[in-house]
Structure formats: structure tokens, C-alpha cells
Design a protein around this ligand. Structure first.
Ligand code: HEM
Length: 523
């Protein structure tokens, strides 16, 4: 009797369980159908354009498998999409996310100037911990306000005042740091990064850290942080915070960010105290002495002034400084490193650059701000280097309202991959594209090209805010090194310089150069 009752209650429980499972199943199916319906416009838009021929599309994962792997392979896979002759936007699925891959200057012009594409894509969310919620990453509404307030800090007059810092640090790099490396091959990147980081630290925060002469742990940490960030962006398995936090990468990233933010906080606290002290001294000071207190203003001073008018909170200041330091140092240092290996590969151009420096600056005196614009040959050389090695090889934006492009509707919530690396190496815009030829950037040749065929600093309202700053840093360092040393590299051709995409482009084999001190004679 007892066993019959038990069996009945078991059957009852099983029945309930089955009903529960069926109920959950029905709900899931219902939710899935609704979810698919809400994304109908994405599927329809994707069906109207080609998918990349070089990639197989899998259920659920889409083309994701092509974006798992090392950062060299990822850049190659993205580049391979451009080898298809068709210029129609093509659709790439990264799991449930739809991206359109764009590769013509006309498409770049429309997208970069459209108010519907000012938002950075969700992929950039993985960069927020390290780069901060500053200009680079902010959502459009806050970005508009911050950009308006911050852009004046990058004016020419202010930049001219920083040239002294750039020159001082370039001299330390050339005369103290690199002089120990003469005569043997070495990877120049870490030394340039330390110099650029010190330049940005001084001009962003107004403090000296003697980065170049001490062991530059911060620079190394930031490089590793950027690598982890990019791995996460393209590896869908690491997109979930839960799964990522189970990996050792998450722990490593947290350590890097804590030490970086701790450093910025410390500087801001010191600055605030200093700011208050100076304000007090100014109040007590007679008019004639006030000039003594008028020092060169750095980026942080501007932000702190804006915070007094309630335009920036303390946290926003920290995030903007964080952005400025990463966006300003790693980019400039990487371009300088590429320029140095290109100078090594093409000695005939190196000679022209060297002769120009002697003509404009001479042998002995320091570079001055008025010299920078006169270094035209160097400028063309830098531009050609940035064509072949653009810092942001692929920029990704998000569509916030349906956008019409080349007769196709790119729907809200899709992502747009702007394939700058592919345009820069496309023979349609740059005949014989792998030939290194600075004359492509003579005014006559430049005028013949679509202006959006060259985008090293992006373009439109959300372009790089530090273009002049970056170009001045690059010119000052390269002029200083080239005036003192003849540069060689172990790379023989551009093709040998294998590249990978961390958030920015990097050389897979580093930046090996050999320096020989020049026996300088005036021309
Ligand atoms: C040669 C050096 C540099 C290159 C090639 C470069 C390139 C770029 C590119 C391509 C973007 C757009 C990225 C995107 O839309 O995904 C960008 C944005 C930005 N860059 Fe630069 N950059 C350089 C130097 C600098 C410097 C020196 C600073 C600051 C001192 C800076 C600050 C920024 C900021 C704040 C943004 C975000 C702008 C916004 O969204 O409003 N960059 N940069």
C-alpha cells in the first residue's frame, strides 16, 4: 500500500517536472521567436549584401572563428575580406552581432561625417577599463559636451609651449639613452615609448617621472594591457564578464589598471593641493608679482579649471587624463618606431631627411617650434610610413539610426568596420602600393587623391583630437635621432615587416635598428 502511494507521488512529481520543463521550453521558443522578429531588419539587410567569400559562416557563431587567434592572424583575416574586388559593403556576423565591412573612400566619407555613426561600437567596451571613459570611449551625448570643452586645450599656441618638453626629452633619448646602444641591433620601441610617455605625462599632468632614465614599468604594463584588451575584443568566448573573470587574463588586467589609476589619482591629489596653495598665494600677492605665478598650463590644469565651474567631476577628470595618456603616448611612440625602421630600410630618403634637418635646424642648436612646419621632407616620410602602417588599421563605429549607403540600408545597431589598412594598401588609390614612396604626399599627388583615401588620424567630427600634438612629438624625436645617428634595420622590405593589431597596429617582430654615430659636417 505504502509503495503504491510512493509511486503515485513520484509520478505526480515527474509530471510536474515535465510540465515545468515543457513550460520553460515553450517560453524559450517564444522568447527566441520574438528576439528574431525584433532583429528582422538586421537579417534582411545582411541578406541583401554579400558575405565574405573567404569565410565560412556557422550557425550561431557566424564568422566568429575567423576572429579567434593571435593578433597577427586577426589583422590578416580582416584584410583578406578586402581582397574581393566588389566594393559593396559586405556582411560579417560575430555571433549575434552584424557588422558591415566598408572599404572605399566614398563610404568612409559618408560614415565618418554622419551624425548616425558617431557612436563607438560596443566592441570598444573592452577598452574602457584601460583607456577610461574619456573622449575616445564616451557615448555620443556626453562626448559632444566634453569634446567642445577639451578641444581648445589642443590649440597651436599651447602646443608651441610644449615644444621645450619634447626637445628636452628627445635630447635625453638621443644623447643619454640611445648612446648606450650604438653599434648593435636592438628593439627601439621600449625606449621611444618611455620618451613619449614622459612627454605626455609632463604635458598632460605637469609632473616629471624621469621615465626614460628609470626602469619604465608603466610603459610595459600599458603595452600588455592593450594586448589583453584586443584579445578580448575579438575572442567571443571572452566577451562574457563571467567567463573572462575566470581567466588569469582578467587578474592581470585588473592589476595593470589599478596601478595605472592609482598613479593618476596620486598626481591629481598632489595637483589639487598645489592648486589651492597657489590660489592662496595669488590672493596675497601684489599685482606686480602675479606674473611669477603664471606658469605653462597643462591639460590637467584646464580640466581642473573646468571642474571649478562644475563642468567636469573629479572622476571625469581622471578618466580624461587616462585617455589622454594612452591615446597620446602609445600612438606617437609606435609611429616613431615605424618611421625609424623605414628610415633604416631606405637610406636614400634618410639622407634627404638628414640634409633637411641640417638645413633647417643646423648641427648644434635645439629644435624650436618654428622649425617644425619647415621639415617638409620629414613630414612626407612620416605620412608615407603612416599610410603603410596606420595606427588604427580598422575603426569600428555603431549605427544609431538606419543609414543609407551605396543604395543599401545599414540598420540601427549594426556595426561598421572601416577598413583603413586595406584602403591604404589598395593599388586603386596607391599604385604599386607596397613601394615606399614619400612623393605620394607631395601637394600635387595629394590633390589627385580622394581625401578619404588617407585616414591615419580618422576624419570627421570624431577624428583624433591630438593630430598636431602627435605630429610635433614624432617630428621632434625623429629629427633629434636622425641628426645624431645613421640608422640601419634588419628588415629589407615593407613585406618583411609583419604586422598585428593590438588596439593599434604593431610590428610582430619588434623594431630592430642599429645606430652609428654620424661624423657631422655642415653641408
Ligand atoms: C601619431 C599619433 C596619433 C595617431 C596616428 C592617432 C590616431 C587616432 C585615430 C585613428 C583616432 C580615431 C580612433 C577611432 O575612431 O577609433 C584617434 C582618436 C583620438 N586620439 Fe589620436 N592619434 C595620435 C596621437 C594622439 C595624441 C598625441 C593624442 C592626445 C594627446 C590623441 C588623442 C586622441 C583622442 C582623445 C581621441 C578620441 C577623439 C574623440 O573620440 O573625440 N591622439 N586618434
Amino acid at each position: 500500500m505504502c509503495s503504491i502511494v510512493k509511486r503515485r507521488s513520484l509520478l505526480l512529481e515527474l509530471g510536474l517536472l515535465n510540465s515545468l520543463l515543457i513550460g520553460v521550453g515553450v517560453l524559450l521558443v517564444f522568447w527566441y521567436i520574438r528576439w528574431r522578429q525584433s532583429r528582422k531588419n538586421l537579417y534582411e539587410a545582411a541578406a541583401k549584401v554579400p558575405t565574405p567569400e573567404c569565410m565560412i559562416q556557422l550557425p550561431i557563431l557566424g564568422h566568429s572563428l575567423y576572429f579567434i587567434g593571435d593578433t597577427e592572424q586577426i589583422l590578416k583575416n580582416v584584410y583578406n575580406i578586402s581582397l574581393n574586388k566588389s566594393e559593396t559593403p559586405c556582411a560579417v556576423w560575430l555571433a549575434h552581432r552584424l557588422f558591415f565591412y566598408l572599404k572605399t573612400p566614398k563610404q568612409m566619407e559618408v560614415v565618418l561625417n554622419s551624425p548616425k555613426c558617431l557612436e563607438k561600437d560596443d566592441l570598444y567596451r573592452f577598452s574602457k577599463p584601460l583607456i577610461g571613459h574619456g573622449l575616445f570611449n564616451l557615448n555620443v551625448e556626453t562626448w559632444k559636451n566634453h569634446r567642445k570643452l577639451i578641444a581648445p586645450s589642443f590649440n597651436q599656441r599651447l602646443l608651441d609651449q610644449f615644444v621645450d618638453v619634447f626637445v628636452e626629452q628627445s635630447n635625453i633619448l638621443t644623447n643619454k639613452v640611445l648612446s648606450k646602444k650604438v653599434g648593435k641591433f636592438f628593439n627601439v620601441e621600449e625606449y621611444i615609448t618611455a620618451a613619449a610617455l614622459e612627454m605626455v605625462t609632463q604635458t598632460a599632468m605637469g609632473i616629471k617621472t624621469n621615465n626614460q632614465e628609470s626602469n619604465c614599468e608603466l610603459a610595459e604594463q600599458l603595452n600588455r594591457g592593450l594586448d589583453i584588451m584586443f584579445m578580448r575584443m575579438f575572442n567571443v568566448l571572452l566577451h562574457s564578464d563571467f567567463l573572462f573573470n575566470l581567466t588569469s587574463l582578467a587578474k592581470e588586467e585588473r592589476t595593470i589598471i589599478n596601478s595605472f589609476q592609482g598613479f593618476i589619482r596620486m598626481v591629481i591629489t598632489d595637483k589639487r593641493a598645489d592648486f589651492k596653495k597657489k590660489e592662496q598665494e595669488m590672493k596675497e600677492c601684489v599685482e606686480a608679482q602675479i606674473d611669477e605665478f603664471k606658469e605653462r598650463k597643462v591639460f590637467l590644469d584646464h580640466l581642473m579649471e573646468l571642474s571649478q565651474n562644475q563642468q567636469f567631476t573629479d572622476q571625469e577628470i581622471i578618466e580624461e587624463v587616462q585617455t589622454f595618456m594612452i591615446a597620446g603616448s602609445d600612438t606617437s611612440a609606435t609611429v616613431v618606431s615605424f618611421v625609424l625602421i623605414c628610415l633604416g630600410m631606405f637610406p636614400e630618403y634618410q639622407q634627404l631627411v638628414y640634409e633637411e634637418i641640417l638645413e633647417v635646424v643646423g648641427l648644434d642648436r635645439d629644435i624650436e617650434c618654428t622649425d617644425i612646419a619647415k621639415l617638409k621632407c620629414l613630414e612626407k616620410f612620416i605620412k608615407e610610413t603612416m599610410r603603410l602602417f596606420p595606427i588604427g588599421p580598422n575603426i569600428v563605429r555603431k549605427v544609431t539610426e538606419d543609414l543609407e549607403l551605396d543604395g543599401h540600408i545599414l540598420p540601427k545597431d549594426s556595426g561598421l568596420v572601416l577598413a583603413i589598412f586595406s584602403i591604404h594598401r589598395n593599388e586603386k588609390y596607391y599604385p604599386n602600393p607596397m613601394k615606399f614612396d614619400p612623393e605620394r604626399f607631395s601637394p600635387e599627388e595629394t590633390a589627385k587623391r580622394h581625401p578619404y583615401a588617407y585616414l591615419p588620424f580618422s576624419a570627421g567630427p570624431r577624428n583624433c583630437v591630438g593630430i598636431k600634438f602627435g605630429m610635433t612629438v614624432i617630428k621632434t624625436i625623429v629629427a633629434s635621432v636622425t641628426r645624431k645617428y645613421f640608422i640601419e634595420t634588419s628588415f629589407k622590405t615593407i613585406e618583411e615587416v609583419r604586422v598585428k593589431q593590438s588596439l593599434i597596429i604593431k610590428s610582430c617582430l619588434g623594431f630592430p635598428i642599429k645606430l652609428t654615430e654620424r661624423v657631422n659636417t655642415l653641408l
